[in-house]
Design a protein around this ligand. Structure first.
Ligand code: SF4
Length: 415
């Protein structure tokens, strides 16, 4: 029986996002905020445990849900459970934008955070425990002020929602299986799109293939003109298509983006329907005067998901095959979409993701959707161009930075 595993947090995410983009209310926190949030989270759990001797924190819940011939193992850990005649179940959320989150929770009773706490309650009552009172504890990362929000929980109505969610996940799973089969077929028919490899290129092709099969790291130094991009991308693509993975072709130079795109185009001209997407930094492609990704400020963020669906922009990028930044920009302008989010959304369906080192390696800009956990990371093949740049990049990533502007006082007096 086909089986997938989802954390509670992922299980409750909308199957098809709708409405607006709002980075401040993102379900995925930025790295710094996440680290700060974990510390505050633990501190509050400890304090609550002192107030309630019988309190259980981080209680594991685990259940296999079935739909037709499909199984989904759902697992998670309850932040706070206070047993009693009517137990209290709490999920703690830390944020730099508490008021924004509270407004969002009020506006949307089915906000993923509210669904998450209901899902924990629903899982607990499957083992015949009394339905608990559900709460969200919203804590400000700025001043640690806490607000407790009651989340209404109707077990019967929620069971209907769980069933619908399970059906949706089953549908997505079948689509993923069909896409994997399509990719396998593309991989089997793939051939090197040039008459014959150049001298030295053949050796490199074999080395890359061997190291990918052995899951080994390979460091190569080769002269200009050998055809390195094709020699690493070709076996990378063969592996990625055969094993349903994705290739990240990481390069700091835009000119190298074009070389990788040209290779993908060449493969497509040779009849291989591979897909690539090129990611560019948000600050570079944002058409707004200021990068402020809030629907009240940016018209491209407001209603983004609704327009994305109506526009079929994702299907058009998939059809184009090689989605370079010009095409992304063009479609984003045509449908008033955020070009950065459009490229990220399209990257889910790409065989090759072309972009800067940051997306895979920077501690603050790594794409959570592809590097968020070990299972996601295991699906990535990293091909790193000009790797000699990495020590300098790493120094910048891991060194605290202070700019002159930050030192400028608001007032200065010469007495
Ligand atoms: S267009 Fe710019 S400001 Fe608007 S959501 Fe995109 S990156 Fe953010």
């Amino acid at each position: 029986m086909p089986r997938i595993t989802r954390s509670v947090r992922d299980f409750v995410l909308p199957l098809e996002p709708s409405g607006s983009l709002d980075a401040s209310l993102s379900f995925q926190l930025e790295e710094d905020a996440a680290a700060l949030g974990i510390r505050l989270h633990t501190k509050v759990q400890k304090r609550l445990a002192q107030e309630h001797a019988e309190l259980q924190s981080e209680r594991t819940v685990l259940r296999t849900l079935e739909h037709d011939d499909f199984e989904c193992l759902v697992r998670g850990r309850v932040d706070v459970l206070i047993p009693g005649v009517v137990p209290i179940l709490e999920e703690i959320k830390t944020t730099f934008q508490p008021q924004g989150l509270l407004r969002a929770l009020e506006a949307n009773p089915f906000h993923p955070f509210a669904q998450q706490v209901r899902m924990y309650a629903w899982l607990l009552i499957q083992t015949s425990e009394t339905a608990p009172t559900c709460r969200l504890r919203v804590i400000s990362l700025l001043d640690e002020i806490e607000t407790v929000v009651e989340v209404p929980f109707d077990a019967e109505a929620f069971s209907v929602w769980v069933e619908a969610q399970l059906q949706g996940l089953h549908r997505q799973h079948l689509e993923a299986v069909a896409r994997a089969a399509e990719r396998t077929a593309t991989g089997l028919g793939l051939h090197f799109p040039f008459d014959a490899p150049r001298p030295g290129q053949e050796r490199l092709l074999a080395l890359v293939e061997e190291s990918l099969n052995d899951q080994a790291r390979l460091l190569v130094q080769a002269p200009t003109g050998l055809g390195k991009t094709a020699a690493v991308l070709y076996p990378g693509l063969q592996k990625t298509l055969a094993d349903d993975l994705r290739v990240f072709y990481l390069t700091p130079r835009n000119s190298q983006h074009s070389v990788a795109e040209a290779f993908v185009r060449r493969l497509r001209e040779a009849g291989h329907p591979v897909r690539s997407i090129t990611l560019r930094a948000k600050e570079r492609i944002c058409p707004q005067a200021e990068v402020h990704c809030h629907p009240d400020v940016c018209p491209r963020a407001k209603g983004y998901y609704d327009r994305l669906k109506e526009s079929c922009a994702l299907a058009r990028l998939a059809e184009a095959g090689c989605a370079d930044s010009e095409l992304i920009q063009e479609l984003a302008d045509e449908f008033n979409l955020c070009p950065f989010e459009l490229s990220l959304d399209a990257s889910r369906h790409a065989d090759v993701i072309i972009g800067d080192y940051n997306y895979a390696l920077s501690p603050s800009a790594t794409l959570v959707r592809f590097f968020g956990d070990e299972a996601a990371q295991a699906k990535n093949i990293l091909l790193i161009d000009e790797a000699h740049n990495l020590p300098n990049r790493a120094t910048a990533w891991f060194s605290p930075a202070l700019e002159v502007a930050q030192l400028s006082p608001d007032f200065a007096f010469d007495l």
